[in-house]
Design a protein around this ligand. Structure first.
Ligand code: HEM
Ligand code: CU
Length: 442
Protein backbone atom coordinates (compact mmCIF):
# COMPACT_ATOMS: atom_id res chain seq x y z
CA UNK A 1 0.00 0.00 0.00
CA UNK A 2 1.66 3.20 -1.19
CA UNK A 3 -0.33 5.42 1.16
CA UNK A 4 1.22 3.98 4.28
CA UNK A 5 3.83 5.92 6.24
CA UNK A 6 7.14 4.03 6.15
CA UNK A 7 9.21 3.56 9.27
CA UNK A 8 12.15 1.34 10.21
CA UNK A 9 11.51 -1.28 12.88
CA UNK A 10 13.25 -0.82 16.21
CA UNK A 11 14.90 -4.16 16.95
CA UNK A 12 16.27 -5.13 20.36
CA UNK A 13 18.52 -7.84 21.71
CA UNK A 14 17.26 -9.93 24.67
CA UNK A 15 16.23 -9.24 27.39
CA UNK A 16 15.16 -5.83 26.07
CA UNK A 17 11.92 -5.09 24.25
CA UNK A 18 11.31 -2.23 21.78
CA UNK A 19 9.10 0.59 23.11
CA UNK A 20 5.31 0.27 22.83
CA UNK A 21 3.79 1.45 19.56
CA UNK A 22 2.02 4.76 20.07
CA UNK A 23 0.61 5.44 16.59
CA UNK A 24 -3.08 4.68 15.95
CA UNK A 25 -2.75 3.92 12.25
CA UNK A 26 -1.14 1.19 10.13
CA UNK A 27 2.35 1.76 8.79
CA UNK A 28 4.77 0.12 6.43
CA UNK A 29 7.48 -1.22 8.75
CA UNK A 30 10.88 -2.07 7.28
CA UNK A 31 12.83 -4.85 8.99
CA UNK A 32 16.46 -5.67 8.29
CA UNK A 33 17.59 -8.87 9.97
CA UNK A 34 20.87 -10.71 9.45
CA UNK A 35 21.57 -14.40 10.01
CA UNK A 36 24.89 -15.28 11.59
CA UNK A 37 26.96 -18.33 12.47
CA UNK A 38 29.38 -17.60 15.26
CA UNK A 39 31.09 -19.18 18.25
CA UNK A 40 29.65 -18.14 21.59
CA UNK A 41 29.60 -19.36 25.14
CA UNK A 42 26.77 -21.69 26.15
CA UNK A 43 28.12 -22.14 29.69
CA UNK A 44 31.26 -21.31 31.65
CA UNK A 45 34.15 -22.74 29.61
CA UNK A 46 31.83 -24.33 27.04
CA UNK A 47 31.68 -22.90 23.51
CA UNK A 48 29.12 -23.60 20.81
CA UNK A 49 28.67 -22.52 17.20
CA UNK A 50 25.37 -20.62 17.43
CA UNK A 51 23.33 -19.82 14.34
CA UNK A 52 21.18 -16.77 14.96
CA UNK A 53 18.98 -13.93 13.71
CA UNK A 54 20.97 -10.85 14.62
CA UNK A 55 23.91 -11.47 16.89
CA UNK A 56 21.96 -13.04 19.75
CA UNK A 57 19.99 -16.14 20.72
CA UNK A 58 17.08 -15.55 20.68
CA UNK A 59 17.20 -13.18 17.71
CA UNK A 60 16.12 -9.56 17.71
CA UNK A 61 12.68 -8.78 19.16
CA UNK A 62 10.32 -7.43 16.50
CA UNK A 63 7.36 -5.22 17.49
CA UNK A 64 4.65 -4.21 15.01
CA UNK A 65 0.95 -3.28 15.08
CA UNK A 66 -2.04 -5.20 13.71
CA UNK A 67 -2.59 -4.05 10.12
CA UNK A 68 1.03 -3.04 9.56
CA UNK A 69 2.59 -4.01 6.26
CA UNK A 70 6.02 -5.46 6.96
CA UNK A 71 8.75 -5.26 4.35
CA UNK A 72 11.22 -7.90 5.47
CA UNK A 73 14.84 -7.98 4.33
CA UNK A 74 16.68 -11.12 5.43
CA UNK A 75 20.45 -10.98 4.92
CA UNK A 76 22.73 -13.97 5.36
CA UNK A 77 26.21 -12.89 6.48
CA UNK A 78 28.88 -13.61 3.82
CA UNK A 79 30.84 -15.72 6.32
CA UNK A 80 27.91 -18.10 6.79
CA UNK A 81 28.38 -21.66 5.60
CA UNK A 82 24.69 -22.46 5.35
CA UNK A 83 21.72 -20.93 3.61
CA UNK A 84 18.98 -19.75 6.00
CA UNK A 85 15.40 -18.48 5.83
CA UNK A 86 12.66 -17.33 8.20
CA UNK A 87 9.23 -18.70 9.08
CA UNK A 88 7.37 -16.11 11.15
CA UNK A 89 4.33 -17.55 12.86
CA UNK A 90 2.78 -14.06 12.52
CA UNK A 91 2.67 -14.47 8.73
CA UNK A 92 -0.42 -15.65 6.88
CA UNK A 93 1.08 -17.34 3.83
CA UNK A 94 2.85 -20.55 2.75
CA UNK A 95 5.72 -21.47 5.05
CA UNK A 96 5.31 -18.27 7.03
CA UNK A 97 7.69 -16.62 4.58
CA UNK A 98 10.17 -19.49 4.49
CA UNK A 99 10.25 -20.08 0.74
CA UNK A 100 10.37 -16.37 -0.14
CA UNK A 101 13.21 -15.75 2.30
CA UNK A 102 15.57 -18.63 1.46
CA UNK A 103 18.93 -16.84 1.41
CA UNK A 104 22.41 -18.03 0.45
CA UNK A 105 25.49 -16.70 2.30
CA UNK A 106 26.23 -13.12 1.19
CA UNK A 107 22.70 -12.56 -0.18
CA UNK A 108 19.62 -10.62 0.93
CA UNK A 109 16.00 -11.71 0.32
CA UNK A 110 13.02 -9.38 0.47
CA UNK A 111 9.36 -10.23 1.02
CA UNK A 112 6.32 -8.45 2.47
CA UNK A 113 3.37 -9.46 4.59
CA UNK A 114 0.54 -7.80 6.48
CA UNK A 115 0.21 -8.58 10.18
CA UNK A 116 -3.42 -9.72 10.28
CA UNK A 117 -3.62 -11.25 13.75
CA UNK A 118 -2.49 -9.64 17.00
CA UNK A 119 -0.46 -11.82 19.38
CA UNK A 120 3.01 -12.92 20.37
CA UNK A 121 4.60 -15.21 17.82
CA UNK A 122 7.77 -17.25 17.41
CA UNK A 123 9.85 -16.89 14.28
CA UNK A 124 12.49 -19.44 13.30
CA UNK A 125 14.68 -20.71 10.50
CA UNK A 126 13.06 -23.41 8.37
CA UNK A 127 16.01 -24.50 6.23
CA UNK A 128 16.75 -28.22 6.06
CA UNK A 129 17.71 -29.87 8.30
CA UNK A 130 15.14 -27.67 10.09
CA UNK A 131 15.68 -29.23 13.49
CA UNK A 132 19.39 -28.52 13.30
CA UNK A 133 18.91 -24.83 12.41
CA UNK A 134 16.47 -24.36 15.30
CA UNK A 135 18.64 -26.38 17.68
CA UNK A 136 21.55 -24.06 16.90
CA UNK A 137 19.56 -21.02 18.06
CA UNK A 138 17.65 -19.74 15.03
CA UNK A 139 14.48 -18.36 16.67
CA UNK A 140 13.05 -15.23 18.23
CA UNK A 141 9.78 -13.40 18.93
CA UNK A 142 7.58 -11.00 16.96
CA UNK A 143 4.85 -9.12 18.82
CA UNK A 144 1.85 -7.91 16.85
CA UNK A 145 0.13 -5.37 19.09
CA UNK A 146 -3.66 -5.07 18.92
CA UNK A 147 -4.91 -1.82 17.40
CA UNK A 148 -5.46 -0.27 20.83
CA UNK A 149 -2.06 -1.39 22.13
CA UNK A 150 -1.42 -3.36 25.31
CA UNK A 151 -2.12 -2.02 28.81
CA UNK A 152 0.73 0.09 30.15
CA UNK A 153 3.18 -1.63 32.50
CA UNK A 154 6.37 -0.49 34.25
CA UNK A 155 8.80 -3.05 32.84
CA UNK A 156 8.86 -5.29 29.78
CA UNK A 157 11.39 -8.05 29.12
CA UNK A 158 12.14 -10.66 26.46
CA UNK A 159 12.92 -14.23 27.48
CA UNK A 160 13.09 -17.28 25.23
CA UNK A 161 13.79 -20.86 26.24
CA UNK A 162 15.72 -23.26 24.04
CA UNK A 163 17.13 -26.78 24.34
CA UNK A 164 20.63 -27.64 23.12
CA UNK A 165 22.31 -30.92 22.20
CA UNK A 166 26.07 -31.27 22.48
CA UNK A 167 28.58 -34.05 21.97
CA UNK A 168 29.82 -33.66 25.54
CA UNK A 169 27.69 -33.83 28.66
CA UNK A 170 26.48 -30.70 30.48
CA UNK A 171 29.45 -28.57 31.46
CA UNK A 172 32.08 -30.52 29.49
CA UNK A 173 34.63 -27.86 28.54
CA UNK A 174 35.74 -26.79 25.08
CA UNK A 175 34.01 -26.21 21.77
CA UNK A 176 31.05 -28.61 21.75
CA UNK A 177 29.60 -29.71 18.42
CA UNK A 178 25.87 -30.23 17.81
CA UNK A 179 24.78 -33.83 18.42
CA UNK A 180 22.11 -34.90 15.92
CA UNK A 181 21.38 -38.20 17.63
CA UNK A 182 20.72 -36.63 21.02
CA UNK A 183 18.51 -34.05 19.27
CA UNK A 184 16.47 -36.82 17.64
CA UNK A 185 16.20 -38.57 21.01
CA UNK A 186 15.14 -35.23 22.61
CA UNK A 187 17.90 -35.83 25.16
CA UNK A 188 18.94 -32.23 25.87
CA UNK A 189 22.24 -31.40 27.54
CA UNK A 190 21.30 -27.76 28.01
CA UNK A 191 17.93 -26.10 28.52
CA UNK A 192 18.51 -22.37 28.79
CA UNK A 193 16.90 -18.96 28.70
CA UNK A 194 18.32 -16.47 26.20
CA UNK A 195 21.01 -18.68 24.74
CA UNK A 196 23.28 -19.65 27.61
CA UNK A 197 23.50 -20.88 31.18
CA UNK A 198 23.49 -17.76 33.36
CA UNK A 199 22.53 -15.36 30.53
CA UNK A 200 20.08 -13.63 32.85
CA UNK A 201 21.46 -14.18 36.36
CA UNK A 202 23.46 -12.22 38.91
CA UNK A 203 24.68 -8.95 37.36
CA UNK A 204 22.67 -9.72 34.21
CA UNK A 205 19.40 -10.29 36.06
CA UNK A 206 16.17 -8.60 35.05
CA UNK A 207 15.37 -5.74 37.44
CA UNK A 208 12.29 -4.05 38.88
CA UNK A 209 11.26 -1.99 41.89
CA UNK A 210 8.74 -2.92 44.56
CA UNK A 211 5.27 -1.87 43.46
CA UNK A 212 5.95 -2.11 39.72
CA UNK A 213 4.17 -4.28 37.19
CA UNK A 214 6.40 -6.54 35.08
CA UNK A 215 5.45 -8.02 31.73
CA UNK A 216 7.48 -10.88 30.28
CA UNK A 217 7.26 -11.83 26.64
CA UNK A 218 8.19 -15.49 26.84
CA UNK A 219 8.88 -17.73 23.91
CA UNK A 220 9.98 -21.31 23.49
CA UNK A 221 12.21 -21.97 20.49
CA UNK A 222 12.50 -25.65 21.31
CA UNK A 223 13.40 -27.51 19.11
CA UNK A 224 11.88 -30.25 21.28
CA UNK A 225 10.88 -29.45 24.83
CA UNK A 226 7.68 -27.91 26.21
CA UNK A 227 8.31 -25.36 28.97
CA UNK A 228 6.54 -25.30 32.33
CA UNK A 229 7.24 -21.62 32.82
CA UNK A 230 7.24 -20.45 36.44
CA UNK A 231 8.58 -17.60 38.56
CA UNK A 232 9.47 -18.81 42.06
CA UNK A 233 7.75 -16.66 44.67
CA UNK A 234 5.37 -14.93 42.27
CA UNK A 235 1.93 -15.60 40.86
CA UNK A 236 1.10 -14.39 37.37
CA UNK A 237 -1.72 -11.85 37.76
CA UNK A 238 -2.42 -12.23 34.03
CA UNK A 239 -1.34 -14.73 31.39
CA UNK A 240 -2.12 -14.13 27.72
CA UNK A 241 -2.52 -17.84 27.11
CA UNK A 242 -0.27 -19.08 24.28
CA UNK A 243 0.34 -15.44 23.36
CA UNK A 244 -3.22 -14.96 22.10
CA UNK A 245 -6.27 -12.98 23.27
CA UNK A 246 -7.37 -15.34 26.05
CA UNK A 247 -6.43 -13.92 29.44
CA UNK A 248 -6.12 -16.18 32.44
CA UNK A 249 -5.54 -14.86 35.98
CA UNK A 250 -3.74 -16.05 39.13
CA UNK A 251 -1.60 -18.63 37.38
CA UNK A 252 1.36 -20.41 39.01
CA UNK A 253 2.91 -22.17 35.99
CA UNK A 254 2.04 -21.74 32.33
CA UNK A 255 2.80 -24.18 29.53
CA UNK A 256 4.71 -22.82 26.56
CA UNK A 257 4.90 -25.26 23.66
CA UNK A 258 7.91 -25.54 21.37
CA UNK A 259 7.26 -22.97 18.68
CA UNK A 260 4.91 -21.07 20.98
CA UNK A 261 4.81 -18.13 23.38
CA UNK A 262 2.98 -16.53 26.29
CA UNK A 263 2.77 -13.07 27.83
CA UNK A 264 2.82 -13.03 31.63
CA UNK A 265 2.26 -10.04 33.90
CA UNK A 266 2.70 -9.68 37.63
CA UNK A 267 3.09 -6.93 40.20
CA UNK A 268 6.14 -7.26 42.43
CA UNK A 269 5.19 -6.56 46.04
CA UNK A 270 8.34 -7.41 47.97
CA UNK A 271 12.08 -7.07 47.34
CA UNK A 272 14.34 -10.03 46.64
CA UNK A 273 15.60 -12.29 43.91
CA UNK A 274 12.86 -14.08 42.02
CA UNK A 275 14.03 -17.15 40.16
CA UNK A 276 12.54 -17.78 36.74
CA UNK A 277 12.53 -21.47 35.78
CA UNK A 278 11.23 -24.21 33.61
CA UNK A 279 9.50 -26.11 36.43
CA UNK A 280 10.53 -29.40 34.82
CA UNK A 281 12.96 -28.76 37.59
CA UNK A 282 16.04 -30.77 36.65
CA UNK A 283 16.22 -28.53 33.61
CA UNK A 284 16.42 -25.51 35.91
CA UNK A 285 19.04 -26.73 38.32
CA UNK A 286 20.98 -29.17 36.17
CA UNK A 287 20.62 -27.96 32.60
CA UNK A 288 20.55 -24.18 32.94
CA UNK A 289 16.86 -23.18 32.57
CA UNK A 290 17.09 -20.49 35.20
CA UNK A 291 16.98 -16.71 35.11
CA UNK A 292 16.63 -14.07 37.82
CA UNK A 293 14.52 -11.00 38.48
CA UNK A 294 15.99 -8.69 41.13
CA UNK A 295 13.41 -6.56 42.87
CA UNK A 296 14.60 -3.63 44.96
CA UNK A 297 12.68 -1.62 47.48
CA UNK A 298 11.76 -1.38 51.14
CA UNK A 299 12.74 -4.51 53.08
CA UNK A 300 10.09 -7.19 53.44
CA UNK A 301 10.44 -10.73 54.76
CA UNK A 302 12.48 -12.53 52.09
CA UNK A 303 10.50 -14.73 49.77
CA UNK A 304 13.55 -16.39 48.42
CA UNK A 305 16.56 -17.89 50.20
CA UNK A 306 20.01 -16.91 49.00
CA UNK A 307 21.24 -20.45 49.46
CA UNK A 308 19.24 -21.60 46.47
CA UNK A 309 20.96 -18.97 44.36
CA UNK A 310 24.33 -20.38 45.35
CA UNK A 311 23.31 -23.79 44.07
CA UNK A 312 22.72 -22.18 40.78
CA UNK A 313 25.80 -20.07 40.64
CA UNK A 314 27.99 -23.14 41.07
CA UNK A 315 25.78 -25.96 39.82
CA UNK A 316 27.05 -29.47 40.39
CA UNK A 317 29.10 -30.65 37.50
CA UNK A 318 29.77 -27.17 36.21
CA UNK A 319 33.00 -27.04 34.29
CA UNK A 320 36.15 -25.11 35.07
CA UNK A 321 37.26 -22.99 32.17
CA UNK A 322 40.42 -24.22 30.47
CA UNK A 323 42.24 -22.08 28.00
CA UNK A 324 43.23 -23.83 24.85
CA UNK A 325 46.33 -22.25 23.41
CA UNK A 326 46.07 -24.36 20.25
CA UNK A 327 42.87 -22.61 19.31
CA UNK A 328 44.78 -20.05 17.31
CA UNK A 329 46.06 -21.93 14.30
CA UNK A 330 49.81 -21.69 13.96
CA UNK A 331 52.13 -23.08 11.35
CA UNK A 332 52.37 -26.79 11.96
CA UNK A 333 55.85 -28.31 11.94
CA UNK A 334 55.03 -31.99 12.23
CA UNK A 335 52.27 -34.31 11.07
CA UNK A 336 51.09 -34.62 14.67
CA UNK A 337 50.80 -30.83 14.89
CA UNK A 338 48.93 -30.74 11.59
CA UNK A 339 46.43 -33.25 12.96
CA UNK A 340 46.01 -31.28 16.18
CA UNK A 341 45.57 -27.92 14.44
CA UNK A 342 43.46 -29.52 11.73
CA UNK A 343 41.01 -30.76 14.33
CA UNK A 344 40.38 -27.12 15.34
CA UNK A 345 39.81 -26.16 11.73
CA UNK A 346 37.42 -29.07 11.42
CA UNK A 347 35.42 -28.14 14.50
CA UNK A 348 35.05 -24.54 13.39
CA UNK A 349 34.32 -25.14 9.70
CA UNK A 350 33.21 -28.67 8.89
CA UNK A 351 31.46 -30.38 11.75
CA UNK A 352 28.24 -28.42 11.39
CA UNK A 353 27.63 -30.55 8.33
CA UNK A 354 29.95 -33.55 8.43
CA UNK A 355 29.39 -34.00 12.20
CA UNK A 356 31.84 -34.58 15.01
CA UNK A 357 32.27 -38.25 14.24
CA UNK A 358 32.68 -37.62 10.51
CA UNK A 359 29.53 -39.63 9.79
CA UNK A 360 27.75 -36.76 8.04
CA UNK A 361 23.94 -36.67 7.98
CA UNK A 362 22.08 -39.27 5.92
CA UNK A 363 20.94 -37.99 2.51
CA UNK A 364 22.27 -34.48 3.23
CA UNK A 365 25.99 -34.47 4.05
CA UNK A 366 28.29 -37.35 3.03
CA UNK A 367 30.52 -39.08 5.57
CA UNK A 368 34.20 -38.25 5.82
CA UNK A 369 34.68 -41.33 7.99
CA UNK A 370 36.19 -44.18 5.95
CA UNK A 371 35.31 -42.16 2.84
CA UNK A 372 36.27 -44.05 -0.33
CA UNK A 373 35.85 -40.76 -2.24
CA UNK A 374 38.44 -38.95 -0.13
CA UNK A 375 40.87 -41.82 0.41
CA UNK A 376 41.06 -42.55 -3.32
CA UNK A 377 42.34 -39.04 -3.97
CA UNK A 378 42.78 -36.66 -1.03
CA UNK A 379 43.41 -33.71 -3.36
CA UNK A 380 39.66 -33.86 -4.21
CA UNK A 381 39.05 -32.94 -0.59
CA UNK A 382 41.34 -29.93 -1.02
CA UNK A 383 39.40 -28.90 -4.11
CA UNK A 384 36.07 -29.31 -2.30
CA UNK A 385 37.19 -26.98 0.46
CA UNK A 386 38.88 -24.45 -1.84
CA UNK A 387 36.29 -24.29 -4.62
CA UNK A 388 33.20 -25.83 -3.11
CA UNK A 389 31.61 -29.03 -4.38
CA UNK A 390 28.24 -29.67 -5.99
CA UNK A 391 26.59 -32.09 -8.36
CA UNK A 392 26.12 -35.83 -7.99
CA UNK A 393 28.88 -37.78 -6.23
CA UNK A 394 29.01 -41.26 -4.71
CA UNK A 395 30.51 -41.87 -1.28
CA UNK A 396 30.71 -45.40 0.11
CA UNK A 397 28.04 -46.60 -2.30
CA UNK A 398 25.55 -43.83 -1.51
CA UNK A 399 24.65 -41.02 -3.92
CA UNK A 400 24.76 -37.38 -2.82
CA UNK A 401 23.74 -34.35 -4.79
CA UNK A 402 24.20 -31.44 -2.44
CA UNK A 403 26.10 -28.19 -2.26
CA UNK A 404 29.22 -27.74 -0.18
CA UNK A 405 30.21 -24.06 -0.07
CA UNK A 406 33.81 -23.02 -0.71
CA UNK A 407 35.62 -22.32 2.56
CA UNK A 408 37.78 -19.27 2.99
CA UNK A 409 40.77 -20.99 4.63
CA UNK A 410 44.53 -20.56 4.31
CA UNK A 411 46.59 -23.18 2.48
CA UNK A 412 48.03 -24.28 5.83
CA UNK A 413 44.57 -24.65 7.40
CA UNK A 414 43.34 -26.70 4.44
CA UNK A 415 46.45 -28.90 4.62
CA UNK A 416 45.90 -29.35 8.35
CA UNK A 417 42.22 -30.20 8.14
CA UNK A 418 42.73 -32.73 5.35
CA UNK A 419 45.60 -34.31 7.31
CA UNK A 420 43.32 -34.44 10.35
CA UNK A 421 40.50 -36.10 8.39
CA UNK A 422 42.87 -38.59 6.71
CA UNK A 423 44.10 -39.66 10.14
CA UNK A 424 40.67 -39.90 11.76
CA UNK A 425 37.68 -42.26 11.72
CA UNK A 426 39.26 -45.27 9.97
CA UNK A 427 40.57 -43.31 7.02
CA UNK A 428 43.78 -44.47 5.33
CA UNK A 429 46.18 -41.98 6.94
CA UNK A 430 48.54 -39.74 5.00
CA UNK A 431 49.57 -36.12 5.03
CA UNK A 432 48.76 -33.02 2.99
CA UNK A 433 51.27 -30.17 2.70
CA UNK A 434 50.50 -26.48 2.36
CA UNK A 435 52.59 -26.44 -0.84
CA UNK A 436 50.41 -29.16 -2.40
CA UNK A 437 47.33 -27.14 -1.44
CA UNK A 438 48.86 -23.98 -2.94
CA UNK A 439 49.39 -25.80 -6.25
CA UNK A 440 45.59 -26.21 -6.57
CA UNK A 441 44.90 -22.46 -6.53
CA UNK A 442 44.49 -21.01 -10.01
C1 HEM B 1 31.50 -33.24 0.33
C2 HEM B 1 35.23 -32.25 3.28
C3 HEM B 1 32.76 -28.45 5.04
C4 HEM B 1 28.77 -30.09 2.85
C5 HEM B 1 32.74 -33.27 0.93
C6 HEM B 1 33.82 -34.15 0.59
C7 HEM B 1 34.86 -33.89 1.42
C8 HEM B 1 34.45 -32.82 2.28
C9 HEM B 1 36.22 -34.58 1.46
C10 HEM B 1 33.80 -35.22 -0.50
C11 HEM B 1 32.88 -36.34 -0.16
C12 HEM B 1 33.33 -37.21 0.99
O1 HEM B 1 34.51 -37.56 1.11
O2 HEM B 1 32.48 -37.52 1.84
C13 HEM B 1 34.91 -31.11 4.00
C14 HEM B 1 35.80 -30.40 4.89
C15 HEM B 1 35.13 -29.30 5.33
C16 HEM B 1 33.79 -29.35 4.77
C17 HEM B 1 37.20 -30.86 5.27
C18 HEM B 1 35.64 -28.16 6.19
C19 HEM B 1 36.82 -27.53 5.90
C20 HEM B 1 31.44 -28.61 4.65
C21 HEM B 1 30.35 -27.79 5.09
C22 HEM B 1 29.23 -28.26 4.49
C23 HEM B 1 29.62 -29.37 3.65
C24 HEM B 1 30.43 -26.64 6.10
C25 HEM B 1 27.79 -27.79 4.62
C26 HEM B 1 27.46 -26.48 4.52
C27 HEM B 1 29.18 -31.04 1.92
C28 HEM B 1 28.30 -31.62 0.93
C29 HEM B 1 29.09 -32.49 0.18
C30 HEM B 1 30.42 -32.46 0.76
C31 HEM B 1 26.82 -31.31 0.73
C32 HEM B 1 28.63 -33.29 -1.04
C33 HEM B 1 28.61 -32.37 -2.25
C34 HEM B 1 27.97 -33.03 -3.46
O3 HEM B 1 26.97 -33.74 -3.29
O4 HEM B 1 28.49 -32.81 -4.57
N1 HEM B 1 33.15 -32.47 1.97
N2 HEM B 1 33.70 -30.45 3.98
N3 HEM B 1 30.98 -29.55 3.78
N4 HEM B 1 30.43 -31.57 1.80
FE1 HEM B 1 32.05 -30.99 2.86
CU1 CU C 1 19.06 -21.51 9.30
Amino acid sequence: DKNLVTEPAILTAPPMVPPPITRDYSAKVVINLETREQVGSIADGVDYVFWSFGETVPGSFIRVRKGDEIEFHLSNHPNSKMPHNIDLHAVTGPGGGAVSSFTAPGHTSTFSFTALNPGLYIYHCATAPVGMHIANGMYGLILVEPEGGLPKVDREYYVVQGDFYTKGEYGEAGLQPFDMEKAIDEDADYVVFNGSVGSTTNENSLTANVGETVRLYVGNGGPNLVSSFHVIGEIFDTVYVEGGDLKNHNVQTTLIPAGGAAIVEFKVDVPGTFIIVDHSIFRAFNKGALAMLNVEGPEEPAIYSGKQADNVYLPEGSAIQTLDEDYIVAKANTKEEQIRFGQRVYEANCLACHQSNGQGIPSAFPPLAKSDYLNANPILGVDAIMKGLSGPIKVNGTNYDGVMPAMRLSDQDIANVITFVLNSWDNNGGQMSAAEVASRRH
